[in-house]
Design a protein around this ligand. Structure first.
Ligand code: HEC
Ligand code: HEC
Length: 252
């Protein structure tokens, strides 16, 4: 690893975040052709461009770990995550620092902006794991395990695994380590969603070897031709999942 990256990895998370954001503010005008909405206030424009430095269009690997892609995810899902980081249901120092004190309305506008971006996905990485592990991962994702009352992941995330509106994200185009990290965080309670937290119930029913199997298989799948989330689930969801006020709704 180049020396400068090693030094960067050793500085505390908050400082790293600050350096990244400051670098973003300096570099972003040349580095990214992405433009926030024309009517966005200048402060919003700067912030949204700073987001892209970590989140890129594809979600990238860096010395600090994996940054998930946010472009094109369901708007309600993104809004829920911004609330979750701000309010402590999800833990990441950099994200909390960026979102601290931002209003619900501002976070709604941010979520809607990123949901509306339609950017290409990178090709999947070569599969990690032997054929038996990958086959087991695929079976759990597509069929679940009725003996353990584990629903198929596709029953909520969509048959094409590109997510389901309004608030279930897709499972493709995410790095294996990110998937393992998120499922583990639900098991230990470090990541929570709005109650009832259906993903916590799903994660509790997964053994460590199941998590490795589903993450290995999912991370190796190519995106289908239509990468957009399904408009609605085909059947009622097998567990109840909590909802927050949607970004498209206004509270009275
Ligand atoms: C310093 C790098 C950095 C910057 C800048 C940054 N993020 Fe993040 N973001 C992360 C990391 C790391 C995660 C994953 C945290 C985890 O593991 O839970 C994340 C997660 C997210 C998620 C959840 C994605 C998902 O699939 O669940 C959303 C939404 C998000 N960020 C939005 C934003 C927005 C909006 C901005 C700009 C205001 C922003 N981020 C700026 C590092 C960053
Ligand atoms: C009962 C419906 C349901 C089932 C079944 C389900 N999920 Fe989810 N999943 C959700 C919802 C809702 C969210 C969004 C939670 C939130 O708002 O944080 C989610 C979020 C996720 C995320 C976070 C994605 C990101 O970008 O951070 C992962 C990973 C995930 N699910 C994996 C799985 C896997 C693997 C399975 C099958 C073993 C599965 N899910 C089964 C409803 C479900």
């Amino acid at each position: 690893m180049p020396g400068v990256l090693r030094v960067f990895r050793d500085v505390p998370m908050l400082l790293r975040c600050l350096i990244t954001v400051l670098t973003a503010l300096l570099l972003v005008p040349v580095a990214h052709a992405l433009t926030p909405p024309a009517d966005a206030p200048p402060e919003m424009t700067r912030r949204l461009q700073a987001c892209m430095l970590c989140h890129g269009k594809e979600g990238r690997a860096t010395p600090g770990g994996f940054f998930p892609r946010i472009a094109g995810k369901p708007a309600d899902y993104l809004y829920h995550q911004l609330l979750n980081f701000r309010d402590g249901r999800r833990n990441n120092d950099g994200m909390r620092y960026l979102l601290d004190h931002l209003s619900d309305d501002y976070l709604r506008a941010t979520a809607l902006y990123f949901a509306s971006l339609d950017l290409p996905y990178p090709p999947p990485l070569p599969p990690q794991g032997d054929a038996a592990t990958l086959a087991r991962g695929e079976a759990l994702v597509r069929r679940g395990d009725p003996a353990r009352e584990l629903p198929a992941c596709t029953s909520c995330h969509g048959a094409a695994m590109t997510g389901t509106l309004p608030a279930v994200p897709g499972l493709l185009g995410l790095p294996r380590d990110y998937l393992i990290g998120q499922l583990g965080a639900w098991q230990t309670g470090l990541r929570k969603a709005f109650a009832p937290d259906c993903m916590a119930q799903v994660a509790q029913r997964l053994a460590p070897s199941d998590i490795a199997a589903v993450a290995s298989w999912l991370a190796a799948q190519p995106l289908p031709a239509d990468t957009h989330p399904a408009a609605a689930p085909l059947q009622p969801l097998p567990l109840r999942c909590g909802m927050a006020p949607a970004p498209t709704e206004r509270r009275p």
